[in-house]
Structure formats: structure tokens, C-alpha cells
Write a protein that binds this ligand. Structure first.
Ligand code: SF4
Length: 668
């Protein structure tokens, strides 16, 4: 049977540190001193037994301790717990894991800002109870999708996760909460050691016939490993020690995977391996896998010492790792001790197995680069928009800082049009996308123009959609109201919500409109009727005039020769005066019809604007001419007939049509 042992099996950085601190405390204490842990230091019976042999006992809580030294386990405690320690005057050693501390800080900060805290995790787990104690126990604790659906909290929300929560479940729960509470602050606080362990357990369990998961039955992270393995493998056995192994269960197995929780000591793992070794073939090979490291491997360890030039890292190997300043940070003016602290976890690449002093040379920058390139590749493949800053002008383009790495933006990729002077772009924030990515050539080509092109195409599509929608909604003879978009000498254009409509100057009014600008103004909303509609060519012709009956028809229906009419003098000409009977209908009072006696000029009888009553003496339907008489409204004076003949003689050859024509010509 082939045995595959997970590389990440066993103590994580946080647990290893907590156990080490506890052992050191016991070592330095005077005989008979009392040392307590708040709850079991880790959920593993072997470790608990060993600590007990060193004089360290687990108390149920701080309230149960009255003297001695207290070790705070990696799960951490509440803010009130620290206050109680101080009030009681108890000495304490804080072994809270850096990951947990970071969550506590986040929760305290956002609680103070007024956010409602949501912890995704197990409400009974000590880490979750402790974290809740940093927001005055006000957090909503959600452990599954059903609870997320039922969540009722006051926004804004700040969402954190228990460090050992399963990533896929965390994402699922966050999606549900985010759909219901927009703008929530989500902190992905699952610790990377846990994630790596869970990912490896998941991967191994997919390829083997059976899985052995070693760890305490009360250990939350071990139980999660069991859950993950059970999703992929039918035979998963959770054991605490080698004594729990039942060999008959593996008889039919060709491959066996082994992993262990973060609180499982190496001793337990080795015991299991040893027991398996006595019974299985190829076992030696698997153990070798556990400890073999080589150049190019990526390892995670805990910082154990920092000076101005180097960082020493415990990577769980016979030799420590050393990271030079230049392999840790790009800015060589940085103060190394202020950016890297003892106890911090660091992931780095092995660049040399022996640096000459027996240590392993590591580079964090290489891992950062790999992560940055992986992220760039991810963003390239997903087409995600990226906020970037132009940091440098180079030949043919600019360098952009993408936040996680840099890229090159060619000069022609900044704008839709050619950018003459790239120097003015220095320092500008831009939104763009990676349009070319070549990992091997370290090539990341960034473009802002592609976003602008897409935006323009979107606007065009939207305009086209609105235009089609608008034209489809129109019908011939439809009466509509619309704002005036533009006015020209020959008419006005209306905005019909995506398509333009046109009203020719001759369709504005039944009266003559000399200039459309004197008739209406841009922005004014008017009513008009569609008189021509061509949906294919998007031509819409409208008329205001068509909204009302033609004045001549109105006149014809209401007036006859011999009728009296109240009129208004509109203009005076040499041969008489034109008077408005109805808006748009005028008639002529010939000079000879102004008075019974001869008048020298029309002005001597009527004035422009004057309202008088006249008699209709002639209607020419065909030529649409009307003859009016003021004279006929009064009785003629008693004079000799001869004189009247003389009065009419001079105009006897002029027709009414001639006079109208002359009037219209003068008004053109
Ligand atoms: S599992 Fe992660 S968070 Fe928990 S103690 Fe270990 S390193 Fe810290």
C-alpha cells in the first residue's frame, strides 16, 4: 500500500508558538509555582498530558484562577478577560496567535466605527467566543447558509471568519449576506496555514482509497479536515493516536492518505507512521517526503529573530531559514525590525539550501512576485478592471502600478485619440485592463483605451436601442408633446426620446411665420402631430398647424356675403386696409369701401389695431379672397348720384385679386 503523508500535517505556527511559550514558562518558573492555561492549551490529549507533567494545568476560565501565571492559548480571550487578569493582579503569557489577534483588532476597530459584527464560525468555539468579546459580545454568529439567510442585523456589517473555517463555506455564506446587505466589509480571516492544510487534505483525499486524520476529537480544525476529506473519500478515519488504528480497515486499500490537525504534535504523527511502517510497504519513502526540501520549494515559517539586515525563520527543518533585507522588501530604505516582528508568519521560496553557514537562504520577494503574477494572470483571464497609477514615463508608453505589480501601457493605449505628450500623464490614476499577459517573458500590457472603447460601444448600443424603441412607439397622426432641441431658419427639431422630429416653418402655424426663432425657443415643450413617418429611415415630420382646423374652413362654415363681422385692422396699404376676421383669415376693405365720401387715404379712416365692425360684401372661395365694407355699415348721405360716379371711376379697372396679390407681395 502506498502511503501519502500531507506536508502540512501537524502543528501550525500559532500552536507551535503556544506550546513553546508554555514549555519556556514552565522551565523558567520556580518549583511549586502555579501555571494555568485558560482552557486546554490545544485540543490534544497527548499535549495536555505532557503539559500537566510540566506543572501546567488547564483552568475552566480566568475567574477560576486566583494566583500564579496564566498562559493565554492561541485561540485568544476577550477584552474583558485581559481586564480581569489585570484586576486580579495575575501575570500572564500571551500566546494568542497573530491571525487571531488580527481578527480581534479588526472587530474592535469596526465595532467602534458603528458596524455590526458578523462572525462566520462555530459559536461555541473558544476563538469565536474570544473574538466576540472584542465587540462587547454583540456579534451575530453564523455557521451555515441557512443561518445566513435568516440573519437580521443593522447595516453596515463587518464580516470576519473563524481562522479554521472552510473557505468554500465561508464564500457561500458571504455571498448570501452580501446579496442581502450591500456594502458590507468582508475580511477573509481564514489563516493561510489552515487553508493550505485544508487544500492539501482535499487534494490527497481525492486520490486515495482511505484517509487517516490524526488529531483530538475536540479539535475544531481537525474535525474540519475530516469533513473536507469525507467530501472526497468514502473511507475517512479520525484517530487521536496510533492506538486507534484498526488495520483490517485498510486491507483492501492500495493508497492511504494521512493528514493531521494544527494541534496534533509531531510525536503523534510519527507514532502513526511508525505503526504503519511496521505493516505497510513503501512507508520509508513517505517519511522522506515529509522532510525533504529543495531549492525552489515554498515554505511557511515563523520569524524567530530580526535585525537590520536579516530575518531568521523557523521552517520546521533542521536548519533555520534566513531572508536578507533585499529578499524581503523592495524599498531598501525600510526599517526591517519595524515591518517584520518575531512570531509573524512568513512564506518564502528556498533560493539556496546552504548559504555557507548551514542555513537555508529564502526569498519572500520571489513568492510575492509569483503571487503578483498569479494575480495578474487571474485578472487577465477574468478581464477584471483594475485601478492603476501612472508612475513612470518610458520610451513608447508609461509604467503603471497595478497595486500588486507593475505593467506597461503603450502610448496608444491611454486614450481613444493619439496622446501627444505622455509626460502630462505622470501621477494620473487610470482604470484599465490587462490585455496581454506572458508569464515567461514577464510581460503585462495594460490598456485604458479598451475600457473607453467598450464604454463608447455601450453608449452607441444604448442610443441605438433608445432610437429603435422611440421610432417603434410612434404612429402616424399621433399627437405628442416634446421639447425643442434645435431651431433653424427652415424649421425646428424636437427631441422624441431617441429620435428627432422635424417641423417645417410652413407647418408651425396657419399664419405666416417669418422666422421660427421668433415663434418658439430651445427647450420649450410643445405639442405637435405626426404628419409623415418613415420608420426605416427614422424620418418623423410633425406639424403644429395640423392640430387646429384650417381657418378658411372655419370662416366658410360661419360667414356668408352680407354678414357683419367684428374685425381688427392688421395693416394699411395705399388702396385700403386689411382686417383680420379670424386668426389666419383676413379680408380687404378697399379704400372705396371705407366711407361713402371719397377719402384721401385709408389712415384717415382707420388705424392699425383698431377693432371695427364691417360687412362682408364678397367671398371668392376658389382664390380665398374676402371683400369687406365699412361704408355699408352706415346709410349713404343724401347726395347727388353724379358725384358718387366720379368717386368710383378711378379704381374701376382694379380687381380684388390684384389688390390681394399686391398685398402679399409687399409682405414677403
Ligand atoms: S490554525 Fe492558524 S490561526 Fe489557529 S493557531 Fe494555527 S496558525 Fe494560528
Amino acid at each position: 500500500m502506498k502511503v501519502i503523508l500531507a506536508k502540512s500535517a501537524g502543528f501550525c505556527v500559532g500552536v507551535a508558538r503556544a506550546v513553546k511559550l508554555a514549555e519556556n514558562t514552565a522551565e523558567k518558573s520556580l518549583p511549586g509555582s502555579k501555571i494555568f492555561t485558560v482552557g486546554e492549551l490545544i485540543h490534544n490529549p497527548i499535549v495536555t498530558e505532557r503539559l500537566s507533567s510540566l506543572g501546567i494545568s488547564a483552568a475552566s476560565g480566568i475567574q477560576a484562577i486566583s494566583e500564579g501565571t496564566v498562559i493565554i492559548r492561541s485561540h485568544g480571550i476577550s477584552k474583558a478577560g485581559y481586564e480581569m487578569l489585570r484586576t486580579k493582579g495575575l501575570e500572564y503569557v500571551d500566546a494568542t496567535c497573530a491571525y487571531v489577534k488580527s481578527i480581534q483588532n479588526t472587530v474592535e476597530k469596526y465595532h467602534k466605527k458603528g458596524y455590526t459584527i458578523v462572525i462566520i464560525g462555530d459559536k461555541d468555539h473558544p476563538e469565536v467566543i474570544g473574538v466576540n468579546g472584542w465587540c462587547e459580545d454583540s456579534a451575530h454568529i453564523v455557521s451555515n447558509s441557512a443561518q445566513a439567510q435568516m440573519l437580521s442585523a443593522n447595516p453596515p456589517l463587518c464580516i470576519v471568519a473563524q481562522t479554521t473555517f472552510i473557505r468554500s463555506q465561508f464564500n457561500e455564506i458571504c455571498d448570501i449576506i452580501n446579496q442581502r446587505y450591500e456594502g458590507s466589509e468582508v475580511f477573509e480571516t481564514i489563516c493561510s496555514a489552515t487553508e493550505a492544510r485544508q487544500a492539501e487534505a482535499g487534494a490527497i483525499s481525492k486520490t486515495v482509497d482511505a484517509m487517516l486524520v490524526i488529531g483530538g476529537k475536540n479539535s475544531s480544525n481537525t474535525k474540519k479536515l475530516v469533513e473536507i476529506c469525507q467530501n472526497n473519500c468514502k473511507q475517512v478515519f479520525h484517530i487521536e493516536t496510533a492506538a486507534d488504528i484498526k488495520f483490517e480497515q485498510f486491507r483492501a486499500c492500495e493508497t492511504l492518505g494521512i493528514t493531521a490537525g494544527a494541534s496534533t504534535p509531531e510525536k503523534s504523527i510519527l507514532e502513526v507512521l511508525s505503526v504503519m511502517d511496521n505493516t505497510m510497504e513503501n512507508f520509508e519513502k513517505s517519511i522522506d517526503n515529509l522532510v525533504q526540501l529543495k531549492t525552489g520549494d515554498i515554505v511557511t515559517g515563523e520569524i524567530i529573530s530580526v535585525n537590520e539586515q536579516e530575518i531568521y525563520v523557523n521552517i520546521g527543518y533542521k536548519s533555520d531559514g534566513i531572508i536578507k533585507k533585499s529578499d524581503y522588501v523592495l524599498d531598501l530604505y525600510s526599517d526591517l525590525p519595524s515591518i517584520a516582528a518575531i512570531g509573524d508568519s512568513v512564506t518564502a521560496m528556498i533560493v539556496e539550501m546552504n548559504d555557507g553557514t548551514g542555513n537555508i537562504s529564502l526569498s519572500k520577494i520571489k513568492v510575492d512576485e509569483i503571487e503578483a503574477y498569479n494575480l495578474a494572470e487571474e485578472k487577465y483571464k477574468s478581464g477584471e478592471s483594475i485601478e492603476a497609477k501612472i508612475t513612470k514615463i518610458v520610451k513608447g508608453g508609461v509604467i503603471v502600478d497595478l497595486g500588486f505589480t507593475t505593467g506597461f501601457m503603450p502610448g496608444n493605449q491611454y486614450a481613444l485619440r493619439y496622446t501627444e505628450d505622455l509626460n502630462v500623464l505622470l501621477g494620473k490614476d487610470v482604470t484599465g485592463r490587462i490585455i496581454e499577459f506572458d508569464k515567461e517573458k514577464n510581460k503585462i500590457i495594460f490598456s485604458r483605451k479598451i475600457i473607453l472603447q467598450e464604454e463608447r460601444a455601450r453608449q452607441r448600443e444604448e442610443k441605438e436601442r433608445l432610437r429603435n424603441e422611440a421610432i417603434e412607439s410612434l404612429e402616424l397622426e399621433q399627437v405628442l408633446t416634446a421639447p425643442i432641441k434645435n431651431i433653424t431658419d427652415f424649421g425646428i427639431f424636437l427631441d422624441l426620446g431617441g429620435v428627432d422630429g422635424f417641423i417645417h416653418v410652413s407647418d408651425l402655424s396657419w399664419r405666416r411665420v417669418p422666422n421660427p426663432k421668433s415663434f418658439c425657443s430651445v427647450g420649450e415643450v410643445i405639442e405637435a402631430k405626426i404628419i409623415e413617418l418613415d420608420k426605416e429611415s427614422f424620418k418623423v415630420k410633425l406639424s403644429i398647424k395640423a392640430l387646429t382646423q384650417e381657418p378658411w374652413i372655419q370662416f366658410s362654415e360661419n360667414y356668408n356675403v352680407g354678414d357683419k363681422a367684428d374685425v381688427k385692422i392688421k395693416s394699411i396699404v395705399k388702396f385700403g386696409a386689411f382686417a383680420e376676421i379670424l386668426p389666419g383669415v383676413e379680408g380687404l376693405i378697399h379704400i372705396s369701401n371705407l366711407a361713402h365720401e371719397k377719402v384721401a387715404s385709408a389712415e384717415s379712416v382707420v388705424a392699425v389695431g383698431e377693432e371695427i365692425t364691417v360687412k362682408i360684401i364678397d367671398i371668392d372661395q376658389e382664390k380665398r379672397k374676402i371683400g369687406l365694407s365699412l361704408k355699408d355699415m352706415t346709410s349713404p348721405p343724401k347726395r347727388r348720384i353724379e358725384s358718387e360716379k366720379i368717386f368710383h371711376r378711378e379704381d374701376s379697372s382694379v380687381t380684388m385679386e390684384d389688390l390681394f396679390k399686391k398685398y402679399q407681395d409687399n409682405n414677403k
